[in-house]
Design a protein around this ligand. Structure first.
Ligand SMILES: CCCCCCCC/C=C\CCCCCCCC(=O)N[C@@H](CCCCN)C(=O)O
Ligand SMILES: [Zn+2]
Ligand SMILES: [Zn+2]
Length: 478
């Protein structure tokens, strides 16, 4: 455990206890945030009215944050927000908390309550963004507001970066904030962003929840496959059409997943760590992975979330061709979204894909791609990771398993990789598989209690970060 217990810090520690009035105000503030439909549609295309309204909303919801003299607030890229909270000790390297304001679209259909209603029912606040990721936007500002009301002055400076287009690449929000910070020569001790939770019920037969902190992030490749054939009359069709050739190609990609890269990676270590939490015979299997690993790997392949952690995933997301029922089309196009495992590269995936398709009539066009993010340190010298562990220990004493893993999706934090080697993706919220499916899906919701606990976690985390210790210099492994 990181030796963070400084006497000075203990003496001036503000307890994370909130009055009944404050608890009501914090949940009402979240509901109001959910009601503003800050939807991103495509890169550069978002609900600008809602984003502007959101900017006004946070000013009203968190007046102390906005009037505190040692906090600088800047609007970047029109709708993103950057707060710089000046600490009293400039020798301590600053860190950054991140979240995003925008959400993916949601239609009313299929929802128990309208997605932008922010309704409270049975102890849950419902709506798009309650888990991804307005909960974090609001919890960060709420925790800071409550600390400031209690006259807290941080020792270590920190930044809060709230992007407005994470769901569509972060080009106009996070990328602009990152460029601004780079121009200022800012270097950060670490960053905390989304994409890790306390997972409950994700591993069959494991009753115990565990925290997953993502220390890396998968890469991405959007690849368009195209087949061009001579068009003609459907009454005398050729043996193969562009649609048939392309369909066979994407089917081969689906039937032949990219290789399982788990090797000796973090997932294997997690299973070993968990072995004694299972009953017979799973405990024996997991305690003897040297023998049973091939079997365990096969079982994990069948679980769609585990599968996403184990390999580069292949998802055919678009398929277009044809103009009329009696015309053999000339062009067929399909788009495949690959999420690249951290131990592979874009180029390696491209080569494997071409080998699997193995048909010269299929052309490949890279629409966009980026490499996976390297592992951030998670050893006992890694300040950000250790502060998360320390805060987990005090806020969730029942959690005694913490697993470093990689984020299966992408986050805005990747745009800040030049500013720090310590990027940690974690939201302190219990999540069950059905909650996980609600992210970008139907009936996204957060319990009032979970939200309060998230505020408490950040309230404690900010104070824990006032330690004088600095992260050990660390080089990314390339
Ligand atoms: C053994 C344990 C089982 C593991 C369970 C994994 C659970 C995963 C935990 C957290 C995942 C949460 C994902 C929330 C972040 C989502 C971010 C996101 O959707 N990003 C978009 C960005 C799109 C940018 C435009 N290209 C994305 O990745 O599509
Ligand atoms: Zn998100
Ligand atoms: Zn999202």
């Amino acid at each position: 455990k990181y030796p963070t217990g400084k006497e000075h810090q203990r003496a001036s520690r503000i307890p994370s206890q909130f009055s009944q009035e404050e608890r009501v105000a914090m949940k009402e503030a979240l509901k109001g945030a959910i009601q503003i439909p800050t939807v991103s549609f495509r890169p550069g295309e978002f609900n600008t009215t809602a984003l502007a309204e959101f900017g006004e909303y946070i000013r009203k919801a968190f007046p102390t944050v906005f009037k505190t003299s040692f906090i600088k607030h800047e609007v970047v890229g029109e709708y993103s927000h950057l707060f710089t909270v000046q600490g009293s000790d400039s020798s301590l390297q600053p860190y950054m908390l991140m979240a995003h304001i925008d959400v993916v679209p949601a239609l009313d259909q299929g929802w128990e309550v309208p997605p932008f209603s922010g309704l409270e029912r049975d102890g849950f606040i419902h709506g798009r963004g309650t888990l991804d990721n307005k909960n974090s936007v609001m919890a960060i500002l709420q925790a800071l507001e409550l600390l400031l009301i209690r006259k807290y002055i941080p020792r270590r400076s920190f930044l809060i970066a709230l992007g407005h287009d994470e769901e569509v690449s972060g080009e106009y929000g996070a990328q602009k904030i990152s460029a601004l910070l780079q121009a200022r020569g800012t270097q950060l001790a670490f960053i905390v962003d989304e994409c890790g939770f306390i997972l409950d019920g994700f591993i069959p037969n494991l009753k115990k929840p565990f925290a997953m902190i993502s220390v890396s992030e998968k890469g991405s490749l959007n690849l368009m496959l195209q087949v061009n054939m001579t068009p003609g009359h459907s009454s005398a069709p050729p043996k193969e059409t562009s649609i048939g050739i392309l369909a066979a190609a994407v089917s081969r990609l689906e039937q032949n997943p990219l290789p399982n890269m788990s090797g000796n990676g973090p997932l294997k270590r997690l299973l070993q760590q968990l072995a004694n939490e299972f009953s017979f015979p799973t405990n024996i299997v997991l305690n003897n992975l040297w023998l049973f690993w091939p079997l365990v790997r096969r079982l994990m392949d069948r679980n769609y979330v585990m599968n996403a952690l184990l390999r580069t995933t292949t998802a055919v997301t678009m398929f277009n061709s044809g103009v009329k029922v009696n015309v053999i089309p000339s062009v067929a196009q399909a788009t495949v979204n690959f999420r690249i495992h951290p131990s592979q590269t874009v180029q390696e995936v491209l080569e494997l894909v071409k080998n699997t398709v193995a048909d010269d009539r299929v052309q490949f066009h890279v629409l966009n791609a980026h490499e996976p993010l390297p592992d951030s340190p998670s050893d006992d010298q890694a300040l950000g990771y250790q502060l998360l562990l320390q805060t987990l220990q005090s806020v969730f004493p029942e959690i005694n398993i913490v697993a470093p893993a990689s984020c299966i999706a992408n986050t805005d934090s990747r745009h800040y990789a030049n500013l720090t080697t310590g990027i940690y993706r974690f939201n302190p919220i219990y999540v069950q598989p059905q909650d996980f499916r609600s992210i970008h899906g139907l009936n996204e919701k957060i319990s009032v209690q979970a939200y309060e606990t998230q505020v408490k976690f950040i309230f404690e985390f900010i104070q824990n970060a006032d330690t004088e210790l600095e992260p050990a210099p660390h080089q990314h492994e390339l």
